[in-house]
Design a protein around this ligand. Structure first.
Ligand code: FEO
Length: 174
């Protein structure tokens, strides 16, 4: 494997593990603030980030390359507001997207087909994750950090209705 690509994939692991760690810290904060829907969303996100790191580790192992596990800084324990927490999630996702896009360009330059195919999955995943984070932040900006509107958004998230991309239009009949 191209050395820049190997280095980049190993460095990317840090972003996924850091996000998993921070989203778990957010789960704890959200639970303490009586927002079980948001906590459920963040718990799932934390778990997803671990599977993202695992995908890259498996790719490296499958190609006889050595994954190097990073040191992860302790996550924040508190956020000033729910809006600040949601903005933090969006920033994380944008950072992950930028890293994936850089890795994709490196893989293409190196003509590394297997890595390009593996990274293609991440390109699509990041588009969805960013859209969801942006949509949740937008909801909070609409309803504010307290009140009935907030409870409604929390219930939506508790029911697994994570806002995100607009629904596809139904196919035309006939
Ligand atoms: Fe794996 Fe949310 O980036």
């Amino acid at each position: 494997m191209n050395s820049d690509l190997l280095k980049g994939l190993n460095e990317h692991l840090k972003l996924e593990f850091r996000a998993a760690h921070e989203y778990l810290a957010m789960t704890i904060w959200l639970s303490a603030h009586d927002l079980p829907g948001f906590a459920t969303w963040m718990r799932q996100q934390s778990s997803d980030e671990l599977t993202h790191a695992q995908r890259i580790i498996d790719h490296l192992l499958g190609r006889d390359q050595a994954p190097v596990l990073p040191a992860i800084p302790a996550p924040p324990k508190t956020w000033k507001t729910l809006e600040a927490l949601c903005a933090h999630v969006l920033r994380n996702e944008q950072e992950v997207t930028a890293s994936i896009n850089d890795l994709y360009a490196t893989a293409e330059k190196a003509k590394d087909r297997p890595a390009t195919v593996m990274l293609q999955w991440f390109v699509t995943e990041q588009m969805e994750e960013e859209a969801t984070a942006r949509a949740v932040l937008g909801r909070i900006r609409l309803v504010g950090n307290t009140g009935v509107g907030l409870l409604m958004v929390d219930q939506e998230l508790a029911g697994g209705k994570v806002p995100g991309m607009p629904a596809e239009p139904a196919p035309a009949q006939g």
